[in-house]
Design a protein around this ligand. Structure first.
Ligand SMILES: C[S@@+](CC[C@H](N)C(=O)[O-])C[C@H]1O[C@@H](n2cnc3c(N)ncnc32)[C@H](O)[C@@H]1O
Length: 386
């Protein structure tokens, strides 16, 4: 039991250390010393606590402070997230290094307190943006409706300001943003997407929207719209993060004299795709960039990270997958799980025990990758899948 509790403590130090590392490598350097101190606990999975006896790798003073704390105490003391009405009581004086790790992780974490509650466009109906007309909402979830409207309107402003002739939507997926920018805001849009099936679906949705808009026009002939409608021009192309893509820079129309002025955009341009966007921004024909990145853990290292030569020159600038992935986790999710102290926490122990048995029989299987079964603790033995 004690060992299980220590495992929770260890995992949450890992989580804190990864937070510090992620923020540090994002450009904040204060955590440097701490990262080195805590780096021994940033490279393990939960079950490796048992299989590799990772608890021993913690400084003795940290072990003494954390030994035997139960899950809710860990949420309160280590993550600094007490349950409602709970008073924080430390059993002993913690070593400064551990306190420093905790404070640095909190100071460097991005705030997740929203600046507003519900966007005004969803006050009347939580699933339909009041700022998009019905045809543009069809097949689009509320979150995406909000995103395409906000980013689309920003791109339109930026396009007007920079005298841009064409927008390139990179990693356009099913084309919701492209469709809104072209058929809703009157922009010339090229959409580049690596997955052919998504492009085919995007083209079907374009047709559907065009028909809906035409129908609406017939019903309300007095309503004027901005000018000729251009559907997005879809291209199936995988954009390499390290090389310039000619197709991306090729204008849709041959323009006289001043030539094409491109605006690059990407909504949820995951991992290296955001890097590709930034690389193309250095080309003379690209005049503006509006990118919303995501899945930072998918950045390749080296290649996608670091882009900055300055960061590349810093000692210890490496950012392995586990650190990037850990930096994307939300501490409050861990705190919730610990506060609940549900039986699900035990699953890690069972998986570790099984891995230990497998490794005993097959030592060459260093990471047998035992997968958990959802709600396994609620199943009877005879209900377990073979
Ligand atoms: C997270 S999705 C976002 C889709 C769309 N922009 C949206 O917000 O609905 C990322 C998309 O980028 C595409 N993608 C990722 N890397 C790419 C690359 N290197 N070249 C082309 N497409 C890529 C994926 O196939 C996927 O459809």
């Amino acid at each position: 039991m004690n060992k299980r509790m220590n495992k929770n403590a260890f995992c949450h130090i890992q989580c804190l250390a990864r937070k510090v590392s992620g923020a540090h490598n994002g450009g904040v350097l204060n955590g440097n010393v701490l990262i080195r101190q805590a780096s021994h606990c940033t490279f393990g999975d939960a079950q490796e606590f048992f299989t590799d006896d990772l608890w021993r790798t913690l400084p003795r003073s940290w072990q003494e402070a954390l030994d035997g704390l139960n899950p809710p105490e860990l949420a309160t003391q280590l993550l600094g997230m007490p349950g409602e009405g709970e008073v924080v009581r430390y059993r002993s004086v913690w070593p400064l290094s551990l306190l420093a790790l905790k404070s640095t992780a909190c100071a460097l974490a991005f705030t997740r307190t929203p600046g507003f509650q519900t966007p005004s466009e969803f006050l009347e109906n939580p699933s339909q943006s009041s700022r998009l007309t019905a045809p543009f909402r069809k097949h689009v979830r509320p979150k995406k409706q909000h995103e395409i409207r906000r980013l689309g309107e920003l791109v339109k402003k930026l396009s007007d300001l920079t005298g841009c002739t064409q927008v390139v939507d990179i990693g356009s997926g099913q084309g919701h943003l492209s469709r809104f920018m072209s058929l809703g805001l009157g922009l010339m849009v090229k959409s580049i997407e690596g997955d052919q099936r998504l492009v085919e679906r995007a083209q079907r949705l374009d047709q559907e929207l065009l028909q809906a808009l035409e129908k609406e026009e017939k019903r309300h002939p007095q309503a004027v719209h901005a000018g000729p409608r251009h559907s997005p021009h879809h291209v199936v192309r995988w954009v390499e993060p390290t090389a310039l893509c000619e197709e991306l820079l090729l204008p849709l129309e041959t323009l006289p004299q001043s030539g094409a002025r491109l605006l690059l955009t990407g909504l949820h341009a995951c991992g290296d795709l955001s890097v590709a966007l930034l690389r193309h921004f250095s080309c003379p024909e690209v005049v503006a960039l509006a990118s919303v990145g995501c899945c930072y853990m998918k950045l390749s290292d080296p290649g996608g990270y670091p882009l900055s030569q300055w960061v590349a020159g810093l000692p210890g600038c490496e950012l392995p997958y586990r650190l990037r992935e850990g930096a994307c986790h939300a501490l409050e999710e861990y705190a919730k799980r610990l506060q609940k102290a549900g039986p699900g926490l035990r699953t890690h122990c069972y998986r570790a025990a099984l891995e230990t048995v497998i490794r005993g029989a097959r030592p060459e299987l260093r990471r047998p990758g035992v997968q958990g079964i959802p709600r396994v603790h609620e199943l009877k033995i005879e209900e377990l899948p073979c």
